[in-house]
Design a protein around this ligand. Structure first.
Ligand code: LLP
Length: 456
């Protein structure tokens, strides 16, 4: 293999520096990840070779202590005067729901399936927020009957529909209205949501948001408790949130002036970025909490409003860093002068983010350490598609061989939840580790699962 030459080429192309390939950088690996004296990576006290033997590969390995610690960090940062709703779309399972409940977090769901999982695992309904731009009548009925704490309304039709369902069931449903505040979030176009030309929310500009408030206040089935804004995802810069907070408070003021009503809550959504590579530098929850509290308090003082209760909806920032995907190396194909293609036993079916958002990931050899030269590599999957890339640019040791284990960190968010059966792949399990014990919280799909859906 042409490790040294490839490494130089990578540097010349301005790609990642090889660095120490054996080091598992704490900025991108979950809290309990380490290497043992044999050089094998460990998590929660368990070595990855044992995990691979017991649970197979590919597998998502989730560090439960890290997950719980992140829940507490968010809850502590915002304090008792605010609410943290974990965004279940990032990754949801019944075990996760129980952890959230135990750690005192609330839950944001955006489909009937997520709501079902939450209720089934015992999340109290009043701690659930229900989202979505096209909730079906069945979903709305299920949510209202269950007594969810809040429904976030996304259109004029939905305002009328939820009011109708609630009235029919003889309840007043607590609701927020999602507004689009016109902020251009600096993130991938597909995960930016506060500019006006997209499907979510009622735009502030042109008065639709104000009209939504007017309608909701006039309907008996609804108790309008506040306004909601989510500007996008994988955002590092707090200024977008500050502009959003400023504009949401502006509408609160308008509502007070027009209707004499001070809405008691604002929800500023999720979207805080995480480190996928050592180059990413995310903000801590306490920085976000401080910035948001300050801006909302200041804006409210200026407007003569009582500061509303704030809620936030982090998904990625809680679960993203807590898991890595464990793969086994298969085919290795050096392309002299270009790079080496390293195929693993998963791919775009367990991590679509690289193909869909051009996302960057890191990768390390975890079943051993190596002193071999760095080799410019591309980690690819086993799907019939050349865009099936897991890690675009990475340095791996030039003595990499079939059977070695690779791990891609920071795959806890939007990997299992967006996994597919493309090429009839079996979706990998999620294995939770804690204090030297591992347990499957979502099992691997089986061939029987595949055939069961195909009714012939
Ligand atoms: N609240 C609302 C209303 C949302 O729409 C979202 C994400 C969140 C909270 C949580 O955002 P987070 O803190 O996780 O960034 N599949 C994409 C991300 C889509 C996010 C959709 N909404 C990805 O893999 O990057």
């Amino acid at each position: 293999m042409v490790g040294g030459a490839d490494a130089e080429q990578g540097q010349a192309a301005g790609q990642h520096r090889p660095g120490d390939l054996n080091r598992l950088d704490a900025r991108i690996w979950s809290r309990t990840v380490d290497r043992n004296e044999d050089g094998v990576a460990t998590v929660g006290g368990l070595d990855v070779t044992r995990l691979a033997e017991e649970f197979g590969t590919p597998a998502y390995i989730l560090d439960e202590d890290d997950f719980r610690a992140r829940c507490r960090a968010w809850a502590d940062a915002f304090g008792p005067g605010a609410d943290v709703f974990y965004a279940g779309k990032a990754f949801l399972s019944r075990a996760v729901v129980r952890w959230l409940h135990e750690e005192g977090l609330n839950l944001d769901v955006c489909s009937g399936g997520e709501l079902l999982t939450a209720l089934d695992a015992g999340m109290p309904a009043d701690r659930i927020a229900f989202h979505g731009n096209n909730k079906s009548l069945e979903e709305i009925e299920r949510a209202v009957r269950a007594g969810v704490g809040r429904i976030v309304l996304d259109s004029f039709q939905e305002i009328a529909r939820v009011a109708h369902v609630a009235q029919g069931l003889g309840v007043r449903q607590r609701v927020l209205i999602r507004i689009t505040v016109g902020v251009e979030a600096h993130t991938h176009e597909f995960i930016a949501t506060a500019h006006e030309d997209q499907k979510f929310g009622l735009p502030l500009a042109g008065g639709q948001a104000a009209e939504g408030v007017r309608r909701a206040l006039g309907l008996d089935g609804l108790e309008l408790i506040g306004l909601h804004s989510h500007i996008g995802s994988q955002i590092f810069d707090t200024s977008g949130f500050e502009v959003a907070a400023h504009r949401v408070v502006g509408l609160l003021q308008q509502v007070r002036d027009e209707h004499g009503v001070e809405l008691p809550e604002i929800d500023l959504g999720g979207g805080l970025g995480i480190a996928y590579t050592p180059d990413d530098d995310p903000r801590e929850p306490r920085h976000i909490a401080k910035a948001l509290h300050e801006i909302v308090t200041r804006e409210c003082e200026n407007a003569g409003l009582r500061p509303p209760r704030i809620s936030v909806e982090p998904g990625r920032a809680i679960v993203g860093p807590t898991a890595f995907t464990l793969y086994e190396v298969g085919t290795i194909k050096p392309l002299p002068g270009l790079r080496t293609y390293v195929s693993v036993d998963g791919g775009m079916s367990d991590n679509i983010r690289t193909a869909l958002y051009d996302a960057e990931y890191s990768v390390s050899l975890v079943s051993r350490v190596s002193d071999a030269a760095p080799m410019l590599s591309r980690v690819v999957g086993k799907h019939c598609e050349s865009g099936d890339i897991v890690v675009k640019d990475a340095f791996l040791p030039a003595d990499l061989a079939p059977g070695d284990l690779l791990a891609v960190p920071a795959t806890g968010a939007y990997c299992r939840s967006m996994a597919s059966n493309y090429n009839h792949a079996l979706r990998p399990p999620v294995v939770a580790v804690r204090d030297g014990a591992a347990r499957v919280i979502v099992r691997r799909e089986t061939e029987e699962d595949l055939l069961r859906l195909d009714v012939g």
